[in-house]
Design a protein around this ligand. Structure first.
Ligand code: AP5
Ligand code: MG
Length: 214
C-alpha cells in the first residue's frame, strides 16, 4: 500500500502516521523528521534545512526530492510506504509519480486531513513532541500519563523549535500557497480521500481506515 497523508501544519499527519504504520505495517516517512534528525546530528543537510524550517518556509525542491525518493527505494518500502509531509509542491508530486513509474509502482491513496486554520494554531501551540521517538501530545487535549514523559518510549517531551506563533502563521500561508493545490492535483487523479480532522485522533483514524478499505 503506497500512501500519502496530506494536510496543513498541525492537521494531525504525524499522529495518524503512527497509527497507520501500526495497523498496516508499512513504514511512515516524514521529511520533516528526516530534516530534524539531520539538524540534531549536525549534518550539512541539517544545516541547510534548518534555515528554511526556522522561517517556516519550504526546503528547496531539489534537496527534498532527492531525499524522499532515495528513502522510498530502501528495501523496507518494497511492500508499501506512508509519506507524511511529502510531496508539498506540484514539482515534488510530479517527481514522485515519475520515480514510482520507473519501478512499476504507483500511489494507492492520498488521505487529506481537513482542519480549519484557527484549530491548527491552537494545536501547534499546545503540541509537545518526544525528543526520542517523535510521538506527539497536546496540552491539554492529549496528555501523557506522566507529565513531560513520552508514553511510548519514556523520552523527554519538548516543544519543536518551529512551533512559535510567527513561524506557524507562515507555515500555514506556505501550505495554502504551495501545497493546497495538491488537493485538486490528486482529486483529478481520483486518488484523494478527504477526512474531517476535527473529531479526535481515534475517530480520524477510524475514518481513514474506512476510506482505505473502499
Ligand atoms: P513537518 O515536520 O512535516 O511539519 P508540518 O507539515 O508543519 O506538520 P506538523 O508536523 O507541524 O503537524 P502534523 O500534521 O504532523 O500534526 P501532529 O500529528 O503533530 O515539516 C516541518 C518543516 O520541514 C516544514 O515547515 C519545511 O520547512 C520542512 N519540510 C518538510 N517536508 C518538506 C517538503 N516535502 N518540502 C519542503 N520542505 C519540507 O498534530 C499536531 C498537534 O495536534 C499535536 O499536539 C497532536 O497531539 C494534536 N492532534 C493531532 N490530531 C488531533 C486530533 N484529531 N484532535 C485533536 N488534537 C490532535
Ligand atoms: Mg508532523
Amino acid at each position: 500500500m503506497n500512501l500519502i497523508i496530506l494536510g496543513a501544519p498541525g492537521s494531525g499527519k504525524g499522529t495518524q502516521a503512527v497509527k497507520l504504520t501500526k495497523r498496516f505495517g508499512v513504514p511512515a516517512i516524514s521529511t520533516g523528521d528526516i530534516f530534524r534528525a539531520n539538524i540534531a546530528g549536525g549534518t550539512e543537510l541539517g544545516k541547510k534545512a534548518k534555515a528554511y524550517m526556522d522561517r517556516g518556509e519550504l526546503v528547496p525542491d531539489e534537496i527534498v526530492i532527492a531525499i524522499a525518493l532515495d528513502r522510498i527505494d530502501e528495501c523496507d518500502c518494497k511492500d508499501g510506504f506512508l509519506l507524511d509531509g511529502f510531496p508539498r509542491t506540484t514539482e515534488q508530486a510530479d517527481a514522485l509519480e515519475r520515480h514510482l513509474a520507473v519501478s512499476g509502482r504507483s500511489l494507492d491513496k492520498v488521505i487529506l486531513i481537513d482542519v480549519p486554520a484557527d484549530e491548527l494554531v491552537r494545536r501547534i501551540a499546545g503540541r509537545r513532541t518526544c525528543a526520542d521517538c517523535g510521538a506527539s501530545y497536546h496540552i491539554p487535549d492529549i496528555l501523557p500519563a506522566k507529565d513531560g514523559v513520552c508514553d511510548v518510549c519514556g523520552g523527554e517531551l519538548k516543544r519543536r523549535s518551529d512551533d512559535n506563533e510567527a513561524t506557524v502563521r507562515n507555515r500555514i500561508e506556505v501550505y495554502n500557497a504551495n501545497t493546497a493545490p495538491l488537493v485538486d492535483y490528486y482529486g483529478a487523479k481520483t486518488l484523494l480521500a478527504r477526512i474531517a480532522g476535527t473529531t479526535g485522533p481515534d475517530n480520524v483514524f477510524a475514518d481513514t481506515v474506512k476510506a482505505l478499505d473502499k
